[in-house]
Ligand binder design. Structure first.
Ligand code: PMP
Length: 432
């Protein structure tokens, strides 16, 4: 048994200091019947807790760490940047450099605005869509999570799903009424709604590859319908690529599926592990944003030099070598193939979805194409699997409704150790 004495004590103390002992809900391990390790450090593909246990990390800070933890180039760039000051609240060349690189990688982004979190990016993109169209209503899909802005905390995934709070208290009825929710991947239901009410819709926001009900890719025709219906009705199509950006494909889900949105939200990787995100798209839309236009959005720390430095260096690492993300995707496939074989050998029915360097293991004999299907998966089997993996030194997201992430540092040895742990974990599930 791994020792968790220090983490257990730290968690008990933290619960008197922060709600649930954490600063973001899913970190509390609420649904996997144990308490979280407290983290002391991380390096490459590993993470170490305060009891000295080292794990192979598939959380990657929930997505940003595609280059691995404490990458020497990122650390060096940050050290140098810190000596020049940590924040100025004024324009810098670094911001333009990052903006240029993002535009190169995402040609649909003609202009962008940097913010501090994915929540701010989606909230601001929606404001642009509403301000531009003069319409109030938006469409989002059940099980997609777009951060915790009021209008998006309706039928949300991630922690909201893990803790059974799809609609949060504190979100007013009037706000919720402007958010129409539909099942993910239900092209027919979407077409029906747009045929009836398309001219009232300001925006359709979607995770083009869902990652917050576990990893669920779009079915053929779904994203195409979003694009053609929004174009036909003058609504804005927003791709929330905060999670799948740079992962489904270096150039995002929009390149992988060949669908160009009007606005894109990016986060996680763009900050390289520091707080940064961005929204951007067509120039005629972005030029509505203050001070170029009347739609207000601002931020004291937006474009922070340290965050931009970490993001810029991370993006350089994954773009300078044109095969970088291709290799991480290949390692992810190797792992997913091995997990399927191990589950089958143990007689445990699973559905494993992969998109680039993201994947999820669902405990179900069926398919998972939407939130209802993800919800119907065996959560107790997941908890057993999760605990067995943690005990074997594999650090997974502690919920069936989350996605696992790989980095360029997950080498063959890491995959082998993970698969060997998974063999025993699936055997534990079979026995339970
Ligand atoms: N959109 C998506 C797709 C996300 O996965 C997340 C966070 N997991 C967000 C938005 C919100 O980002 P943040 O937590 O940085 O506010």
């Amino acid at each position: 048994m791994l020792a968790h004495t220090k983490s257990e004590a730290a968690f008990t103390a933290a619960q008197t200091l922060m709600p649930g002992g954490v600063n973001s809900p899913v970190r509390s391990y609420g649904r996997v019947h144990c308490n979280p390790p407290f983290i002391a450090s991380a390096k490459g593909c590993t993470i170490t807790d305060i009891d000295g246990n080292t794990y192979i990390d598939y959380v990657g800070s929930w997505g940003p760490m595609i280059a691995g933890h404490a990458h020497p180039r990122v650390v060096k760039a940050l050290q140098e940047a810190a000596t020049r000051g940590t924040s100025y609240g004024a324009p810098t060349l670094l911001e333009s450099e990052l903006a240029n690189l993002v535009k190169e990688i995402y040609p649909s982004i003609e202009r962008l605005r940097m913010v501090n979190s994915g929540t701010e990016a989606t909230m601001s993109a929606l404001r642009v869509a509403r301000g531009f169209t003069g319409r109030d209503k938006i469409i989002k899909f059940q099980g997609c999570y777009h951060g915790h802005a009021d209008s998006l905390l309706v039928s949300a995934g991630s922690g909201a799903a893990t803790f059974g709070q799809p609609d949060s208290p504190g979100v007013t009825r009037a706000t919720a009424e402007d958010t129409i929710t539909l099942p993910y991947n239900d092209t027919k239901a979407f077409n029906r709604l747009m045929d009836g009410f398309g001219n009232d819709i300001a925006a359709v926001i979607v995770e083009p590859v869902a990652g917050n009900m576990g990893c669920v890719p779009p079915v053929p025709g779904f994203l195409e319908a979003l694009r053609s219906q929004t174009a036909a009705h003058g609504a804005i199509l927003i791709f929330d690529e905060v999670m799948c950006g740079f992962r489904t494909d270096l150039h995002g889900a929009q390149a992988y599926y060949g669908i160009t949105p009007d606005l894109t939200c990016l986060g996680k990787i763009i900050g390289g592990g520091l707080p940064a995100a961005a929204y951007g798209g067509k120039a005629y839309l972005m030029d509505c944003v203050s001070p170029a236009g009347p739609i207000y959005q601002a931020g004291t720390l937006s474009g922070n030099p340290l965050a931009v430095t970490a993001g810029l260096e991370t993006l350089r690492i994954i773009t300078e070598d044109p095969d970088y993300t291709v290799r991480v995707t290949a390692q992810t496939k190797k792992l997913c193939d091995g997990l399927r074989t191990a589950a089958a050998a143990a007689g445990v029915p699973v559905c494993i979805h992969q998109s680039g360097s993201m994947f999820s293991v669902f405990f179900t004999p069926g398919e998972v194409r939407d939130f209802a299907m993800a919800n119907a998966c065996d959560q107790e089997a997941f908890a057993t699997y999760f605990q067995a993996m943690l005990e074997a030194g594999i650090y997974l997201p502690p919920s069936q409704f989350e996605t696992c992430f790989l980095s360029g540092e997950h080498d063959d040895q890491a995959i082998e150790i993970t698969l060997s742990a998974a063999k025993n974990a699936f055997a534990a599930v079979a026995k339970s």
